[in-house]
Design a protein around this ligand. Sequence first.
Ligand code: NAD
Length: 340
Amino acid sequence: SLEMKRIVVTGGCGFIGSNFIRLMLESYPNLSIINIDKLTYAGNPANLSDLEGLDRYDFRHGDICDREFVDSVLSSGDIDAVLNFAAESHVDRSILDSTPFVTTNVNGTLTLLDSCRQHDVPRYLQVSTDEVYGSLGTEGFFTEETPLAPNSPYSASKTSADLLVRAYFHTFGFPAITTRCSNNYGPYQFPEKLIPLFISNARKDQQLPVYGTGENVRDWIHVLDHCRGIDAALRKGQVGEVYNFGGRTEMTNIALTKLLLELLGKPESLIKYVTDRPGHDQRYAIDCKKAETELGWAPEVTFEQGLQETIDWYLSNEDWVDNIRSGEYLKYYTEQYGGR
Ligand code: NAD
């Protein structure tokens, strides 16, 4: 297990990155973190406002596609690892316009790989997704051996990045580890994603747009379980390897929607079925045996407890949600759901 003193996290102002940075700084009192973030619509410095003034935390505003900028961060020479969370992350947006997905997810990853090589960074971790495996029928699970078969522009761009990471390991012996996780939920998730979107809409008695018949199945994992998995992979993982993480909680979107309404005390009449997402993957389910046996990791948060805590968090952080739901986001929401 590696001793880490200073790491670089990219995309740390987003949902998972901000949870990861907070968890790591709490868990390791001698660790310093540099956070590189471009602050796109999804990057919100308020997600880490509690860290302002902490000398172990250093925010650098910049783009992972900007080689000079990345070099300026990595050239200090004392970086123990780079973890790449930065991405365009929302499937629906990738259907409206794929270009920023290729730019950040593919070119940005390549820029990081090249800069890490140049500066001899001893560990690189690529945060990836189970969506690279495509879609399952009613049976079976994704393992690390499942062939890559992405179906959306988002997942195609994430797969492309994974393939570059793989190639850099095989070609150059580049010390990279890749993690692939199922759908995350928890605090600080941008309210375009299903769980925070539906909590926020239901709170205001606005309709919940459910795609198609809502029979698509997702495997939900609490964001902190994902973050603990990334930490375990960073410290105990073998370079060149892939580790899958999942929450062992499969649920159809419609069952989840009804559960949220029940927990919020809101009527099912708020459900509004809308035209299905084009190419909508039917089912994702993760086999995380490899991470359990090789990393000693297992999900700790039950869905029941995690979902209730998540609901409570969004209900008691209304200002955080309302700030995001005004401005640029409103324009996207209107385009996506026709102003419903
Ligand atoms: P997010 O959209 O909430 O955050 C992405 C962050 O990256 C934002 O802070 C944004 O400003 C930043 N960013 C975007 N482009 C950048 C660029 N060019 N340079 C620097 N920063 C940039 O995403 P998230 O949900 O936190 O996901 C983080 C990572 O985890 C992504 O790589 C995503 O593919 C992966 N992932 C997400 C999930 C999930 O359920 N959310 C599941 C598995 C994997």
